[in-house]
Design a protein around this ligand. Structure first.
Ligand code: FEO
Ligand code: CA
Ligand code: CA
Ligand code: CA
Length: 656
């Protein structure tokens, strides 16, 4: 009986069928959930969420100024903060350690939803597409990135957003931020200073002070802190930079070769990912303003309860393509955050704060993220593992090897991890922490390894041009933690911290599941899922009742490898038996990502990202008409949106 299993309250819904392709399209251009549940669109791209924001227009003719007060595009990670700041610390700490009973009867039906906006689809964002690019279009694109703070509340039986909330806020690619931690003030962060004006970036002829940054981009997964702040994580920020063939502008005291090696290791290129920002906004030119990219790749802390607060880039947590930063507070109030770097053959990290949590005093914790040790994971083939510290002066992280001080170790986190011999993983996406409830006491962390088509074909000795391993040309052999060559469906790994403390440097690990299609006979594609198959696990989250929720991100048209899997999904897994049940299927050509609930577990929020993105940027709207297809807003232009899921009987989502 699963209800008697430790640390798990059971799954009470019947799984739904996959949304497969029928003819030339998916069967349903809808979010579908089990019988007894409802799924309704709460807020969509372009909806006004800050005072003075205009109503969205379906012809996409609105400008950057409008977008700065509207919900951003392509929503990803998010977190619900109850709108009662006195409860904040109790909520976060207790979700790690409290018993199940006692919290369920504490509904909090008013809160702030912090939502990441990972990227933009330029052909949908602008009424006439991206070309010809202009500063007006770039400014709108920048305004559609970042984070939304949205006030929501339950009115009768319906959840609604407040278009005039005093907390309503957009943080964009141009919002002024503070840089803190060991890398703050370092010469590597003193890029050119621009006046960020609506009509263009104006080069002031001066340089930033190393303590100031502008904006956040590619905010993919997320985290929160026990002191009631939101963490937004910068993933594929490299794609916003490019150049037009200019020569590298040298920086006194920093060798050109060092700058270029860093750009290479993090995947910067001349063309970028196609946003063309650098063509209109010289701040994003990686040759004429080469240090600007050092101000991206961080975890950014935002206080949603203070709309005037300045977001802070916390450099102590390292610079890479950040996925989520999930917190654990152990029994001695030590605090750690677990993080992935999502690229093929990159690493898993944890950051352990030097200072312990002060549960009774919010302000005492405000700079916990500035001091601590960043570790990178080594997974041994025998099921043990080590956390290797990335500390200047240790293990070759010295000036002779290109790391002058701890600031340089952090700006060059990937190169530091290469040097200490960490284990290259199959694209680490989200981390999730199992709640210690109902007698379950282990500190157990899960991580999605979404897929890797560069695994197992050639030896690891093929390195990048700068001598580093990791992404790029490396195609490392399989190992126990990444056991499948050409891992097209991905897997989920988990580890338990030795001694039930976050300060340990050793752990044990196993693979929770290998995703796949059980009708396939190829050993790298079949998987070993008990229950409903899925592919490319990405979003990952434990609810407060021990249920593991798994969201997916693969091609969303039900073709090729996905003929039996169909649309992207959200499933729910039992961490003890590993049984998986499909809970949600999605519209065409989207990904399912972002997950949070109210503290009582009775309202769940998820995001549908990039509906209709078939990869055909010239004709993007042809594959999906969502959310109009689900009764929300006008037809013709698909919109990423947040969906609220409730149970008709008012029960806990996923529960018995
Ligand atoms: Fe933006 Fe790694 O997903
Ligand atoms: Ca995404
Ligand atoms: Ca993701
Ligand atoms: Ca992904």
């Amino acid at each position: 009986d699963i209800r008697k299993s430790k640390g798990f309250a059971g799954i009470g819904f019947k799984s739904i069928p996959p949304n497969l392709r029928v003819g030339d399209r998916l069967k349903n251009d809808l979010v579908s959930v089990p019988a007894g549940y409802t799924a309704k669109v709460l807020v969509a791209w372009g909806d006004p969420i800050a005072s003075g924001g205009p109503t969205w227009l379906a012809n996409a003719s609105q400008d950057a100024a409008a977008q700065e007060k509207q919900f951003g595009m392509h929503a990803d990670g998010m977190h619900y903060f109850p709108l009662s700041p006195g409860n904040v610390v109790g909520r976060a700490v207790s979700s790690q350690a409290r018993s199940l009973r006692g919290f369920i009867n504490q509904p909090i039906n008013n809160g702030l939803l912090c939502v990441n906006h990972e990227y933009t689809q330029e052909s949908i964002l602008h009424s006439d597409g991206l070309d010809p690019v202009s500063i007006a279009k770039v400014r709108k694109s920048q305004a559609a990135h970042g984070v939304s703070v949205v006030e929501i509340s339950k009115q009768g039986k319906e959840w609604k957003y407040n278009p005039n909330s005093p907390y309503g806020r957009r943080i964009t690619a141009n919002t002024e931020m503070r840089i803190s931690g060991p890398a703050a003030g370092d010469p590597l962060l003193k890029s050119k200073k621009f006046d960020i004006r609506p009509d263009g970036s104006v080069d002031t002829g001066r340089f930033n002070d190393g303590y100031t940054a502008y904006g956040t981009v590619n905010n993919c997964a997320n985290g929160y802190t026990p002191w009631g702040t939101y963490l937004t994580c910068e993933e594929n920020w490299n794609g916003y930079f490019g150049n037009n063939g200019e020569a590298l502008v040298s920086t006194p005291g920093i060798p050109d070769a060092e700058v270029l090696a860093g750009q290479n290791r993090y995947g910067l290129s001349a063309s970028g990912a196609g946003y063309k920002w650098h063509q209109a906004d010289p701040r994003f030119n990686n040759r004429t303003n080469p240090l600007e990219s050092h101000s991206f790749g961080w975890v950014v802390e935002i206080d949603p309860y203070d709309p005037q607060s300045k977001p802070v880039k916390r450099t102590a947590l390292g610079r890479f393509k950040h996925e989520s930063a999930q917190v654990v507070v152990d029994d001695r109030n030590n605090v750690a955050f677990y993080m992935g770097d999502d690229e093929r053959n990159e690493y898993i990290y944890k950051f352990v704060c030097s200072q312990r949590l002060n549960p009774g005093n919010r302000n005492a914790n405000r700079d916990l993220l500035d001091n601590g040790v960043l570790y990178v994971a080594k997974f041994n083939d025998n099921g043990t593992g080590q956390w290797i510290p990335l500390v200047h002066g240790q293990r070759g992280l010295t000036a002779e090897n290109g790391f002058k001080n701890q600031a340089e170790v952090l700006v060059k986190t990937r190169q530091a991890a290469d040097r200490v011999g960490a284990t290259m993983m199959d694209r680490p996406e989200w981390t999730a922490v199992r709640p210690r409830i109902g007698g379950y006491k282990e500190i157990e962390v899960y991580c999605t390894l979404t897929n890797n088509n560069r695994r197992g074909t050639t030896p690891v000795s093929i390195n990048n041009a700068d001598g580093s391993t990791g992404a790029g040309s490396a195609r490392p052999p399989v190992n126990a933690a990444n056991p499948r060559p050409d891992n097209r469906f991905g897997h989920i790994i988990r580890w338990r911290e030795d001694g039930r403390t976050v300060t340990t440097t050793t752990f044990t690990w196993d693979i929770f599941l290998e995703a796949g299609d059980k009708t396939r006979t190829e050993s790298n594609l079949q998987g070993n899922i008990k229950g409903d198959d899925l592919s490319s696990p990405d979003g990952l989250w434990f609810d407060d009742f021990g249920r593991l929720w798994i969201q997916t991100d693969h091609a969303g048209d039900g073709t090729g490898d996905l003929v039996n899997i169909g649309s992207n999904t959200m499933s729910c897994a039992d961490p003890n038996t590993k049984q998986v049940r499909r809970f949600l299927t999605s519209p065409t050509d989207c990904e399912v990502t972002g997950i949070t609930t109210t503290p009582d577990g009775k309202a769940m929020f998820i995001n549908i990202q990039h509906p209709g993105d078939s990869g055909d940027t010239l004709n993007p709207t042809k594959t999906s008409n969502w959310p109009a297809s689900q009764g929300y807003g006008p037809s013709g232009r698909p919109r990423s949106a947040t969906v609220v899921i409730t149970r008709i009987d008012g029960g806990v989502i996923g529960g018995l």
